[in-house]
Write a protein that binds this ligand. Structure first.
Ligand code: ADP
Length: 176
């Protein structure tokens, strides 16, 4: 089956999908940007699950992902992944870590048999990853992963700003 890739501009907390992905930090205790928006809209149940994960494994490393309830959100789960904080010194390592965020999030979705998942533009806010570069990495990672799975029906890239939206639209067409 061909998984649909979709790009929308909007607020990820409002989507009704099996899982939305959170651009979290290693503490899993919430923060600014999309992380803050998800915890605010989803309520305390998300943080409670994050605390349990912290008790078990002490947080989440960069490039890794964990899953929690979505609390009051319309989606069923939140998959929290930690993007790299951009540093010029090793761009290939930055790409590898960002790519892992997408791959590990999709692997969790696959293991739970989820059909629909929505990603924000991980690391392109407070973590300052160059947007164009991040869009290419994200699309390539998702496409690569989808070669190995047939359970996912739709992957949505949720762009908050018009700049990211335009980049995704261009790259998705380009890379066909
Ligand atoms: P990071 O620390 O990984 O950079 P941010 O939350 O600062 O995480 O930003 C990641 C991306 O999420 C940015 O492109 C930002 O504009 C976007 N964003 C912020 N709020 C939302 C939201 N409610 N829905 C979707 N994307 C959002």
């Amino acid at each position: 089956m061909n998984t649909k890739l979709k790009i929308i501009q909007g607020d990820i907390t409002q989507l009704t999908v099996d899982a939305i992905v959170n651009a979290a930090n290693t503490s899993l205790l919430g923060g600014g940007g999309v992380d803050g928006a998800i915890h605010r809209a989803g309520g305390p149940a998300i943080l409670e699950d994050c605390q349990k994960i912290r008790a078990r494994q002490g947080g989440c490393e960069t490039g890794e992902a964990v899953i929690t309830t979505a609390g009051k959100l319309p989606s069923n789960y939140v998959i929290h992944t930690v993007g790299p904080v951009w540093q010029n010194t090793d761009p290939n390592e930055m790409d590898r870590l960002l790519s892992s965020c997408y791959t590990n999030s999709l692997a969790i979705a696959k293991s739970k048999n989820l059909k629909t998942i929505a990603f924000p533009n991980i690391s392109t806010g407070i973590y300052d990853f160059p947007k164009d570069r991040a869009a290419k990495v994200a699309i390539a990672a998702v496409r690569q992963f989808l070669k190995t799975t047939s359970t996912l029906e739709e992957v949505i890239f949720v762009c908050f700003d018009k700049e990211n939206y335009d980049l995704y639209v261009n790259h998705l067409n380009e890379d066909l």
